[in-house]
Write a protein that binds this ligand. Structure first.
Ligand code: FE
Length: 196
């Protein structure tokens, strides 16, 4: 963990130095970088992912399109999975026999615009290394215990491909409409460190 903080501090210093240089040379205005970042993240929140899940739970044809081509299906609802460049979004469905978890073992790739900024633990060295070696151990720490028969699949994100988990619709939600179902879905459920 301390290695991570060290790397973050080093990276922050390098970014600040680069910003200062660009400003000194008149290449970008003082507020340009902040404006670009604010614009990029405007409206980015796990609620977007929850809306996608609620639609998939209530509309089987939408769910099929979502699993086939995630980026196109979230765009139908006005959401963007990508970053600065277009990215593939692969939506992985939890079932009775498979539970999916996402990680970026290399750094911290995450569908930012669909799920908002990633939680701190997602970027931690501890999560990134351990969830691959011992997914059940890590899930237990998040309070998720799965039956022995359930296979855990860990998906490693990259610059080109981002992932989102489609959680199982909980029992007892049969009477809920799409709007109400949005409130059932948590950010951890969309990463796979929660059941829903
Ligand atoms: Fe990454």
């Amino acid at each position: 963990m301390s290695g991570d903080h060290h790397d973050d501090a080093l990276l922050s210093r390098q970014v600040r130095r680069l910003e200062t240089l660009l400003e000194e040379k008149g290449l970008v205005g003082r507020d340009t970088v902040d404006e670009v970042i604010d614009g990029f993240l405007a409206g980015a929140s796990p609620v977007n992912g929850a809306k996608v899940v609620a639609r998939a739970w209530t509309d089987p044809a939408y769910k099929a399109r979502l699993l086939e081509n995630g980026a196109a299906a979230v765009a139908e609802l006005g959401f963007d999975a990508g970053g600065v460049q277009p990215q593939r979004l692969r939506v992985v469905e939890n079932t009775e026999s498979v539970h999916n978890v996402i990680v970026c073992t290399l750094c911290s790739c995450y569908p930012l615009r669909l799920l908002g900024p990633s939680p701190g633990w997602y970027k931690s060295e501890a999560y990134r290394s351990r969830v691959v070696r011992d997914p059940r151990g890590v899930l237990a720490e998040f309070g998720v215990t799965l039956d022995d028969g359930v296979r855990v699949t860990v998906w490693d994100s990259s610059a080109e491909t981002r992932y989102m988990v489609l959680p199982r619709r909980p029992a007892g939600t049969g009477g809920m409409g799409e709007g109400e179902l949005v409130g059932v879905v948590s950010r951890n459920g969309l990463i796979g460190t929660g059941l829903v």
